[in-house]
Design a protein around this ligand. Structure first.
Ligand SMILES: NC(=O)C1=CN([C@@H]2O[C@H](COP(=O)(O)OP(=O)(O)OC[C@H]3O[C@@H](n4cnc5c(N)ncnc54)[C@H](OP(=O)(O)O)[C@@H]3O)[C@@H](O)[C@H]2O)C=CC1
Ligand SMILES: O=C(O)C1=N[C@H](C(=O)O)C[C@H](O)C1
Length: 244
């Protein structure tokens, strides 16, 4: 039995993770903690799963590294610099960490297909659409996708995407993530959606993923919980665990 603590247990994702862990025969939920709780009960866990908020996750990770508890992180808002700090924290320690901006198979494939398409199109922009309770923009998934596309474009020798804009109302062209424009929509009734729109002279390719329910993340989260004891240091993304 792997013993699991959930941090952010009263949140939308944390509550879903608690249910999934309790339903799994090889996992035991030993702590369900939320904002303001002392982390001491999480010392009974082999793995802590963090679905909290960008402002809280680093302190939780410092605690995990210091107490030898493996971490599986779904909380978003990670910049490359913040990830580097996590790498340093878990480098050579008995505790390991997996950080992924998305655990759903559809989103992982959407990111992979986008990376594959990136070298073949002159233009690309990302539109992510989420529920209005989301605190971070752009979404972690959109930022990860943008960075992967930017790296694939650079490797293929592509320059900046064409854009004649010289007059701009602040924000009209979206956020600039590594040279890729990302537009964030927040709307009642939505959950989690992303479109990656590629364009060439005379054609368009749209790669879209639509999430309807938080259960879509659970197979990936459970796979990460089971894998993290055998993944030293920091693992970013769960593609390698799924053979993608
Ligand atoms: N990687 C992935 O596949 C996915 C990632 N996410 C990400 O997961 C995160 C959580 O999303 P969601 O569940 O919708 O958000 P919620 O706001 O519903 O949940 C976050 C929970 O964490 C609690 N919390 C805040 N600070 C701490 C702390 N220091 N220790 C423990 N708990 C704390 C909050 O309490 P309070 O409200 O009182 O502050 C809240 O209950 C977001 O960053 C989101 O982007 C979401 C879906 C999938
Ligand atoms: O906050 C959410 O809901 C989600 N957050 C993640 C992100 O920021 O990418 C994953 C998914 O989009 C749902």
């Amino acid at each position: 039995m792997l013993r699991v603590a959930v941090l952010g247990a009263k949140g939308r994702m944390g509550a879903e993770v608690c249910r999934a862990v309790e339903a799994a025969e090889d996992l035991e939920l030993v702590a369900a903690l939320d904002a303001g709780d002392d982390l001491t009960p999480a010392q009974a866990a082999d793995v802590a799963v963090d679905f909290t908020v960008p402002d809280a996750v680093m302190a939780n990770l410092e605690w995990c590294a210091a107490h030898g508890v493996h971490a599986v992180v779904g909380t978003t808002g990670f910049t490359p610099e913040k990830l580097e700090r996590v790498r340093e924290l878990f480098d050579g320690t008995p505790a390991h960490a997996i950080v992924a901006s998305n655990y759903s198979i559809g989103s992982l494939l959407m990111m992979k297909f986008s990376e594959l398409a990136a070298p073949f199109f002159e233009s690309v922009e990302i539109i992510e659409l989420h529920h209005p309770n989301k605190v971070d923009a752009p979404s972690g998934t959109a930022a990860t996708t943008a960075r992967a596309i930017a790296a694939a474009r650079r490797a293929a020798g592509l320059g900046p995407t064409p854009d004649a804009t010289t007059e701009e109302t602040d924000g009209a062209r979206g956020a600039d993530i590594d040279g890729i424009r990302v537009h964030s929509v927040r709307q009642r009734g939505l959950f989690a959606n992303q479109e990656v729109r590629f364009g060439n002279e005379g054609e368009q390719l749209v790669i879209a993923e639509n999430g309807f329910d938080r259960s879509s993340y659970m197979p990936g989260v459970l796979a990460a919980i089971r894998a993290v004891p055998d993944q030293p240091g920091l693992t970013v993304g769960i593609e390698s665990l799924l053979g993608l």
